[in-house]
Design a protein around this ligand. Structure first.
Ligand code: NDP
Length: 263
């Protein structure tokens, strides 16, 4: 029996044990997934080995600490310095980031996306915008204030604030702001957002567990949407694939993980 865990502070709310255990049980994989409330991120490595884990997920606020704890970083995690999945390979900790890849996986049904408008310029925007660019998409980042856009500009992104945004068609508009999380705010004024959405094909929101004003407006305008649960699902499917060492099809993992969302 292999043991896995999610590390976080807080961690009690995490759906990951439910998601991964249901996949393990349904596919007949001898694994068990639990949660570990870790206050001190610097203790991640010793706790991982003390518990005899085969793998782990890491959530707030330890994703940077997880990056530092790994012996080797693979793929996109190296680009953003953030790790959310660790696999124990013969006593060496291998770090991955499945958050942004999970989002790419989640929007696959949208087909080829050439241009994307990302609302917000925080941590989630940084990871997703970078990943979108890697996929060859033309990325524009729109933020309420100019400060955080400087870093994006320096990395070659098109950027705009509410005053300077050009209203034109984008294939996809993604909300990575926290507007709508604990309030009823749209991520940009309606005079800007409505014409942008009217010309867009798809929209997606990083927030999950509720229908945000952004998604509500998108649906009213007849746009196909994805919410943050799809992103959560996407990162979980890819992490589970690492834990089960590629034994099962991604589609089978997705099927059972999605099923766990009904519990
Ligand atoms: P950050 O704090 O790093 O960034 C927040 C961004 O939101 C900033 O660009 C900020 O703009 C903008 N913002 C905040 N409030 C408003 C508002 N009222 N109107 C317009 N813009 C606003 O946050 P994160 O990147 O860490 O997280 C963003 C969201 O993504 C959260 O809601 C989080 O829950 C969600 N998330 C979901 C995941 C999933 O698996 N589904 C994974 C990770 C995150 P400014 O610079 O002007 O302040």
């Amino acid at each position: 029996m292999k043991l896995f865990a999610i590390f976080g502070d807080p961690v009690a709310h995490s759906r990951s044990p439910l998601m991964h255990n249901h996949v393990f049980n349904s596919l007949g994989f001898k694994g068990c997934y639990t949660r570990v409330h870790l206050k001190d991120g610097s203790k991640l490595k010793e706790t991982f080995f003390a518990l005899g884990l085969s793998g782990a997920n890491i959530t707030v606020p330890h994703k940077e600490a997880a990056y530092k704890a790994c012996d080797e970083i693979r793929g996109f995690a190296g680009k953003v310095g953030v790790v959310n999945t660790i696999v124990n390979e013969n006593g060496r900790l291998i770090g991955y980031n499945t958050d942004a890849d999970g989002f790419i996986y989640a929007i696959k049904p949208f087909g080829k996306i050439n241009s994307v408008l990302v609302l917000g310029a925080g941590g989630t925007s940084k990871a997703l915008s970078t990943r979108f660019k890697d996929e060859g998409m033309k990325v524009t980042v729109l933020n309420r204030s100019a400060g955080r856009l400087e870093e994006f500009k320096a990395h070659g992104f098109n950027t705009a604030t509410w005053d300077s945004i050009e209203i034109k068609p984008y294939d996809l508009i993604v909300n990575t702001t926290s507007a709508g999380l604990e309030d009823d705010n749209l991520p940009a004024p309606i005079e800007i957002l409505k014409p942008l959405l009217q010309q867009a094909s798809f929209s997606a929101d990083a927030i999950y567990g509720k229908e945000t004003p952004f998604l509500k407006l998108s649906k009213e305008l007849g746009i196909t949407t994805k919410d943050g649960a799809d992103m959560l699902l996407g990162q979980g499917v890819l992490a589970n694939n690492f834990f089960t060492e590629g034994l099962y099809d991604l589609e089978a993992i997705e099927h059972y993980m999605k099923e766990s969302f009904l519990f």
